[in-house]
Design a protein around this ligand. Structure first.
Ligand code: AMP
Ligand code: MG
Length: 430
């Protein structure tokens, strides 16, 4: 049997390869939704300023609209000729020398005025106001169009609609937005010992938590999870489910990619003429991760040879990528974040996020073996400049309980055997 081209890459090389392949996937279809239904979705249109922002010179303080030149000598006595509150039109009679207009935050600056003095620096008596502070021209108001000019692009296509982007869309009156369809991501957990979470597991059985953690991570990355039934460690049913998975935009498998006698995922994919880009990465947890793709042509050829009746099935898309993620629950989570996420982001029309590493001081010494880049569950605590991090005590990459006490991963370079307490370390915060 043809076995997959072996290739164990460094973390960086593997990640770069995924990012390059992610550029090949085409943008999904577009649909129009109500603004709030678009929350978390990816914009398929640019959002432009429909007018100047702000649309009028807007006071940013409560006080008096004045001419700065009138405050050359202090205290200055000015005559109050009117009042402007938010929503008022500024009127046309300009503020002349020696005059002021009482003004509230959000109101338009009246013509003639070139600054706003805060009410705290004034005393009022009838129509007179005494000002005790001098001002520069332009203080305490935002000129018309200073934030954005009419027609200027405020949001790019490919931008995820988070709360700030929704605020911008709302501010330009976009009550409907064009967003990309969410890519459908097939999730296929494998393993004879794995049972659905509704079932009562036998003494040696494990509940299928991976399909659920992956579904949550897929949602967060902008995809729609499609959970397939659990595949046993047997070639035929595994193959049938893999073929089903290839009708989605991406297939994520968990388990069955290690060196065990019943780890069949790579063999079955090889029989489907899959192309493998790597079959491992020098990381821990997650070393056995597999990345590849399967072409529709290849799938059709294989099914013709095996069963002519399958020819009429809906054709799969031209080339579908897959990741074979290791089955240990923490390995599954980490490898999703490191490798599957950028692919899902581009499939959803998004410009993928680079990995962002934070830095914190290590609370207690770490000793490891060299050779692998490690992403170990850890607890970041303390605030501001006192932030410090320590490894979560764990029983290895199956320890979900340890993971639940962690809030980040400490990243240990492959050449470090020992990191002292107090050293700065990199963190990945998913
Ligand atoms: P494997 O990668 O198939 O060798 O599995 C490694 C470990 O992960 C084994 O202890 C499995 O029982 C566990 N495991 C595999 N699949 C799942 C799953 N879907 N949910 C939870 N644990 C799993
Ligand atoms: Mg297994």
């Amino acid at each position: 049997m043809s076995s997959p081209a072996p290739g164990i890459l460094s973390f960086e090389a593997a990640r770069r390869l995924v990012e390059q392949h992610a550029l090949n996937v085409s943008a999904p279809e577009v649909e129009t939704v109500d603004l709030l239904q678009g929350q978390g979705r990816v914009l398929a249109e640019e959002i432009l300023a429909d007018r100047d922002f702000p649309p009028f010179p807007r006071a940013t303080r409560d006080g008096y609209a004045v001419r700065a030149a009138d405050l050359a000598e202090l205290p200055a006595q000015l005559r109050v000729i009117g009042e402007l509150k938010a929503g008022d039109s500024p009127g046309v009679s300009p503020v002349a020398r020696g005059q002021a207009v009482e003004i509230m935050t959000g109101a338009p600056l009246p013509p003639g005025a070139d600054a706003v003095v805060m009410v705290e620096h004034t005393s009022r008596a009838g129509h007179a106001v005494e000002v005790r502070r001098s001002l520069s021209v332009g203080e305490n108001f935002v000129p018309r169009g200073a934030e954005a000019q009419a027609g200027q692009r405020l949001l790019d296509r490919g931008r995820r609609l988070d709360h700030a982007a929704i605020a911008i869309a709302a501010s330009v009156g976009k009550h409907h937005v064009r967003v990309y369809r969410m890519p459908r991501i097939a999730v296929l957990s494998t393993g004879d010992e794995v049972v659905e979470i509704e079932a009562t597991p036998g003494p040696a059985q494990i509940r299928n938590s991976n399909s659920y953690s992956l579904a949550a991570q897929i949602h967060h990355a902008g995809g729609e999870p499609v959970r397939l039934p659990i595949a046993p460690d047997q070639p035929q049913p595994l193959r049938a489910l893999i073929e089903e998975g290839f009708h989605c935009d991406l297939l994520l498998l968990t388990g069955g990619v290690s060196m065990g006698k019943y780890d069949l995922v790579e063999q079955v994919l090889a029989k489907l003429n899959a192309e493998f880009y790597f079959t491992g990465a020098e990381i821990q947890p997650g070393r056995p991760i597999v990345f590849g793709s399967c072409g529709a042509g290849a799938l059709a050829r294989v099914s013709e040879a095996t069963s002519p009746s399958t020819r009429e099935r809906t054709p799969a898309p031209p080339r579908t990528y897959f990741f074979g993620l290791p089955g240990n629950p923490i390995s599954t989570m980490v490898t999703f974040e490191l490798f599957a996420r950028p692919m899902i982001e581009t499939l959803s029309g998004m410009i993928p996020h680079p990995l962002i590493f934070l830095r914190a001081r290590l609370k207690s010494e770490i000793r490891t073996k060299t050779g692998l880049k490690r992403f170990l569950p850890a607890l970041l605590s303390g605030e501001f400049e006192n932030a410090e991090v320590e490894l979560a005590r764990w029983q290895g990459s199956g320890d979900l309980a340890a993971q639940s006490r962690a809030n980040c991963y400490v990243v240990i370079p492959p050449d470090r055997e020992r990191i002292e307490a107090g050293e700065w370390v990199s963190l990945l915060v998913p």
